[in-house]
Design a protein around this ligand. Structure first.
Ligand code: ZN
Length: 262
């Protein structure tokens, strides 16, 4: 059964050894993640599915990193101390692959290091409670509808298992919120972030599916597709969408939110 579902940001600056001084500017985000962490710990998941927007993305297929063990590697950020290890759930992945093989485009891959968008939320949530396996899933560039369908199939897989499952959409909203933002500035970026949050609160999935592609492109987000898979998973479930924090100290929209299941 599904016991926990949330949207978390994945800025590497959230890791103290990488963020250093900058971490002060992310305090509200960190406080919000700590609140989420309490919920995460109290639900005691056996399996944590991470929907990530980095690492190897195959445009024509959803893909799952399939290994018995993964390592965190922040070498690209000059951090050689952080070295968490997480166990993979190959059984779940194989059963899911079998389930969707004839109806969906899904590829399995094997990468020893998990990407940072998988690692950052996990490091925060699993600071104390570590008794779970993980399944890191990359979205594709197939249609939004297919992402929703993929999520629905994932839900079926989750409820077939005798496991307590947490799902995390690792996502950042617009990367163009300020003139100094990493992807440049867009005057429409703020409006985009506001709109996404509002539509999530109002549970207007259809409106998210119909978002203007040019507007999404212009916002330079990384995670809308992760969120769409999540919406497929929780479709028809009774939940409240609770925003714990939203801020953009570096011109990137960091959203911490929980789909609080009732
Ligand atoms: Zn990102």
């Amino acid at each position: 059964m599904l016991v926990f579902s949330a949207i978390l940001p994945h800025s590497p600056l959230l890791i103290p050894s990488i963020g250093k001084e900058n971490i002060k500017k992310l305090q509200k985000t960190i406080e919000a993640i700590k609140i989420l962490r309490q919920d995460f710990e109290s639900t005691r998941p056996d399996l944590v599915i991470v929907l990530t927007s980095h690492g190897d993305i195959y445009p024509e297929a959803f893909s799952i990193n399939t290994l018995p063990e993964y390592k965190v590697n922040f070498g690209e950020f000059g951090d050689f101390q952080t070295n968490q290890v997480y166990k993979g759930d190959i059984g779940f992945i194989n059963r899911f692959k079998e389930q969707v093989e004839s109806s969906m485009s899904l590829s399995l891959k094997s990468l020893t290091d998990i990407d940072y968008a998988t690692a950052v939320p996990l490091i925060y949530l699993a600071e104390n409670y570590k008794n779970f396996k993980i399944v890191p899933i990359n979205y594709s560039f197939l249609s939004y509808e297919q992402h929703l369908k993929f999520g629905e199939a994932l839900k079926e897989a989750i409820y077939r298992e005798d496991k307590r499952v947490a799902i995390i959409a690792s996502a950042e909203l617009s990367h163009k919120l300020t003139p100094k933002a990493p992807a440049g500035f867009s005057p429409n970026a703020k409006e985009f972030d506001k709109k996404i949050i509002q539509l999530l609160k109002q549970k207007k999935v259809e409106s998210i599916l119909n978002l203007d592609k040019a507007m999404v492109e212009d916002a330079a987000e990384c995670g809308l597709r992760s969120i769409l898979i999540m919406l497929g998973v929780i479709k028809n479930m009774n939940y409240d969408f609770q925003v714990l924090n939203y801020e953009s100290p570096f011109g990137i929209g960091h959203l911490v939110a929980e789909f609080k299941l009732k």
